[in-house]
Design a binder for this molecule. Sequence first.
Ligand SMILES: [Cu+2]
Length: 166
Amino acid sequence: MKGRTRAGAIFLAALWTAVPAWVLAMDPRHGETDQGKTGGAMESLGERIFLGKAGPWEAEARLIDMKTQLEKEGVSAGAIAKLAAKHHLMVILTDPKTRRPAVDAVGEVTITGPDRSSSSKVPLIVMGEHIGSDVSLPKPGEYRFHVTVEGRGGKGSASFSYRLKR
Ligand SMILES: [Cu+2]
């Protein structure tokens, strides 16, 4: 899993010249070295699939359809076809008292597919002002997400589902 993540990061790095800052924010290393600079731009992308609570935090989950997003940016179909995962999951945790993102929290997500029998567990790592991961949603249908998060402020979990249309 680590190897695949790194390969994905390198591939996305190759796209940096063709696409704007939000792809830059997807590189896991970016969150550590350049925190906050592009974070705000990315956290408004994609579709909100959850808004609620996770432990002590307010939690929002957003799903970016990378294929659609990259097509919009004019990236070639050939390059898009090489992406290992076509979606990016972001979880934005906000401290309800300070209204600031919980930048120290990490977590993981278990994704159960439409057939109910297949599930995958993916770490959610710090990426600027969200935690996230590329996720593989291979076919249309109902996906269930169970997110667990932990940081200095505590820990918590959230469950939600999303219907992938195509
Ligand atoms: Cu991300």
